[in-house]
Design a binder for this molecule. Sequence first.
Ligand SMILES: [Zn+2]
Length: 250
Amino acid sequence: MTRVADKTMRTNVRAAVRTERPSAQNRLLASLPRNEYERLLDSLEPVQLSYGEVLNQPGEEMQHVYFPNDCLVSLLTVVEGHQALEVGLVGREGMVGSCVALGVVRSSVRALVQGSGTALRMKSTRFVRELQRTPALQRAVLQFTDSLMGQVTRTAACNRFHVIEARLARWLLMTRERLPSAQFRLTQEFLADMLGVRRVGVTSAAGALQRRKLIHYRRGVITILDQRGLEAACCSCYAHVQLAELDAAG
Ligand SMILES: [Zn+2]
């Protein structure tokens, strides 16, 4: 397994490039009544997040919560300080730091940006206040937290019972539905960390999917060629974690 801790960048997100104005590409925020969303805009700061950035480390206080627009954040559990395994994936359907709503102050996972893009962030202290005065936000956050817990528990079972090729297919589909493109950057090393397997296992599984013409994989860039075929190749877990409510990604 993994070397994520050594390989990831620790970056100062405050230095991020600002987008012109916040938008509600994030589905959790977009689900709020318009007046509530507009009121929240004052406390939301647009940030640009880059591949490899770490938003939270285990044990650290979560200074901000993040609502991804078109970026993708991987939640990793870290074992013995260096080995990491992905337990959750968050994109525009949700948020990073939803456990703040449950009164949790310190992160239990490493939140790692896996796909570059924009997000809106809010100070955690402000988020707690806004939850108290905005029941619609509270409902949306708790609903998302429940679905994330479902994803985490399913992932635990998947890692134990399903073969790498099927897990890779599921993981690619989950990534695809959270990103605006069928082509995304992924090194084999990163994939090995995500799936908790050795690199050679990823090479073999990706090669098998490529021979079946379901994906194209070259120089760390994966292109999904056959969405339906990939769905047929993945394990049953995908049906349990699929984001049916999201628009078809463009
Ligand atoms: Zn599975």
